[in-house]
Every structure is written in structure tokens, then in C-alpha cells.
Design a protein around this ligand. Structure first.
Ligand SMILES: O=P(O)(O)OC[C@H]1O[C@H](O[C@H]2O[C@H](CO)[C@@H](O)[C@H](O)[C@H]2O)[C@H](O)[C@@H](O)[C@@H]1O
Length: 306
């Protein structure tokens, strides 16, 4: 019987191959194999639209089981750090994405960083707003709530340094577009806000950090030989832009990108992550010392163990 890659195998192997889905194309497979072979590897991933498919209610989002499985496998390997770099607040990432505290996390589009199991250890960057920033945020929240009251079904998401106006539940796409345009206009009346568009959402922040800043802070702590980063949205481009020639940038979905590689959707990314985890496990799985770079047994400085 032929499996999803055209090879033959037992019924169990075929079932496993079906669960994994089609293999990434040859060029991405080769790039994943090269990344898997690097001594110190950082795998940094966006959350919504990348690890987790979109849901109506942001509180319901969870990584795809296949993606979770790959992350679990990667995080247990030596010299391997897994990071999530998201627009979500750090608290959400800690509670929902990494309750076991095995990962490095950056929330609020780069404004919050928890270096977790690296040598620098756990602890959030604890956003402290100045009085003018707090006042600006209060005004942005008030403007968002006013608009939500005019568009029943839309909703507000509060963040430590910002607020998001969500329109996904609005049934009428014309109303949703109009609501987003109105929100953009309201935010533009509040100088000092950083405004970010997303999937059925408009967000603003009183801080200027980007996911590029979040990823750069993580890379300084981990000092990887190679970084794999995947993301689906406009804000992920800031992170993709800090990658170098030995790194692997993957765009999830159809949007414009600077990333050299692309996969169709979170399911395809989960397949690619599974391949990365299997290949790295094959190469490094039996080496002494487990856990991410910077953890005892994995090297305390993040420098290569040669
Ligand atoms: O940087 P990300 O991890 O991609 O987060 C970006 C924003 O994602 C969330 O909103 C999006 O996902 C929701 C759940 O699937 C969906 O309902 C919403 O329409 C999307 O825009 C999240 O709520 C935001 O806080 C994130 O900044």
C-alpha cells in the first residue's frame, strides 16, 4: 500500500503518514534537514494562524495536535530551544501555550519577553507604562469600547500595553470592513499609538516594539547557530527580517513575505515541524544532556558544545 509520500509500509505506517499529511516540498525538506543538523537550534513560532488555526473566540485557540507533538519533541532535545513570538499577552502564552514552562516566550508583538529556560531564566519583562502611556492606553481602550458598542458582535481584547478590536464574529463583511476603517480613524486621532492590522482585527499599542525586537532578544540569549521562524501575518515580517543566511524563514499562508519558504496553512507547518523534530531527534536524540540551550546539561552559556 502506498503512503502519502508514495512509499510502501504497514497499515500503521500508512495511518501515521496520513496523520502527518504530505511531505514538505524537496527544497523546504532540505532546508529543514540543514537546520536540524545545526549544533544549537532555535525554533521560534508565531501562534495564531501558524501553530493554531483561527477560531471565533481568541480564548479557544490551541495549537494543532500535530504541531504540539512536534514542539513537545523538539523541546526535549539537547541544544534545542523552542520559542513562541506572538501578539498575544505573555500571560496567555504562559497559561495556554506553555503551562509547563519549557519554552521562551515573547508576547505583545515583541514588547514582552520571558527568556524561560535559557541561562537568563524565567521572569517576564514586566511592562511598566509611564503616566502619559497609561493615559493614552486608557483613551485607546475607551475608543475601542465605543466602537464595539456600535457594532454588536465585535469585541475588545485588552493587553498590557495595547488593545485589539476584533471583527471576526461580525456576519456582514461590509460592516466588518467599515468597522475596521472606523477603528483605524479613531486610533489615528490618538498620536503615539502603534497601529497593527491583522486577521479580522485592528490592534494598537502604546509601545513601539515589534516581533523583530522580541526575536532579536531571544537570539541574543540563546545564540543559536540557526533559527527557524514561521509566521502568517504582517507583524511576523518584522521577525522574518532579522533572520540571516543560515536561518530558515517560513511564511504560513498566502500573504506577501520576505521569507524564502512558504507553506499553505498551519496543518502544513505542523507537518514541516514534525519533519524537523524527527530529523533532529535522529541526529541528536541520544546525546547526553536534554533541554534547551542554556539549561544545565544542555550548556549553560548557549555557546556550541564542540
Ligand atoms: O502574533 P499572533 O500569535 O499571530 O497573534 C495575533 C493576534 O491573534 C489573535 O487574533 C487572531 O486570532 C483569533 C483566534 O483565532 C481570531 O479570533 C482573530 O480574528 C485573529 O485576529 C489574538 O486575539 C490577538 O491578541 C493577537 O495579537
Amino acid at each position: 500500500m502506498a503512503d502519502a509520500r508514495g512509499a510502501t509500509g504497514s497499515a500503521a505506517e500508512v495511518a501515521a503518514a496520513r496523520r502527518r499529511g504530505p511531505a514538505p516540498d524537496d527544497s523546504l525538506s532540505q532546508a529543514l534537514a540543514a537546520a536540524a543538523a545545526s549544533d544549537c537550534l532555535l525554533v521560534a513560532l508565531d501562534f495564531d494562524g501558524t501553530l493554531a488555526p483561527f477560531t471565533q473566540d481568541p480564548a479557544d485557540s490551541r495549537p494543532l495536535p500535530a504541531a504540539q507533538q512536534a514542539l513537545d519533541a523538539l523541546v526535549a532535545l539537547p541544544r534545542t530551544t523552542v520559542a513562541v513570538v506572538s501578539g498575544r499577552p505573555l500571560d496567555f502564552l504562559r497559561t495556554v501555550v506553555d503551562p509547563q514552562r519549557r519554552m521562551v516566550l515573547s508576547g505583545s508583538h515583541g514588547a514582552e519577553v520571558d527568556l524561560g529556560p535559557t541561562a537568563q531564566g524565567h521572569g517576564g519583562s514586566g511592562i511598566e507604562l509611564s503616566a502619559p502611556q497609561r493615559e493614552l492606553l486608557d483613551r485607546a481602550v475607551a475608543a475601542t469600547r465605543r466602537l464595539v458598542s456600535r457594532h454588536p458582535g465585535s469585541h475588545t481584547e485588552l493587553k498590557p500595553a495595547g488593545v485589539a478590536f476584533h471583527t471576526r464574529p461580525l456576519r456582514d463583511p461590509v460592516e466588518a470592513e467599515r468597522a475596521l476603517a472606523e477603528m483605524a480613524q479613531e486610533y489615528s486621532r490618538l498620536p503615539g499609538l502603534r497601529v497593527t492590522p491583522g486577521e479580522h482585527v485592528l490592534e494598537c499599542s502604546v509601545l513601539s516594539a515589534t516581533k523583530g525586537d522580541g526575536l532579536a532578544a531571544i537570539r541574543s540569549a540563546v545564540r543559536p547557530d540557526a533559527t527557524v521562524f514561521a509566521g502568517d501575518d504582517v507583524t511576523d515580517e518584522d521577525a522574518l527580517a532579522v533572520l540571516g543566511p543560515r536561518d530558515l524563514g517560513i511564511k504560513v499562508g498566502p500573504k506577501d513575505t520576505v521569507a524564502p519558504w512558504r507553506v499553505a496553512d498551519p496543518e502544513a507547518l505542523a507537518t514541516a515541524l514534525g519533519r524537523l523534530a524527527r530529523e533532529r531527534s535522529r541526529l541528536f536524540g541520544s546525546r547526553p544532556g536534554t533541554g534547551p540551550a542554556g539549561v544545565a546539561g544542555g550548556g549553560s552559556t548557549g555557546t556550541p558544545l564542540r
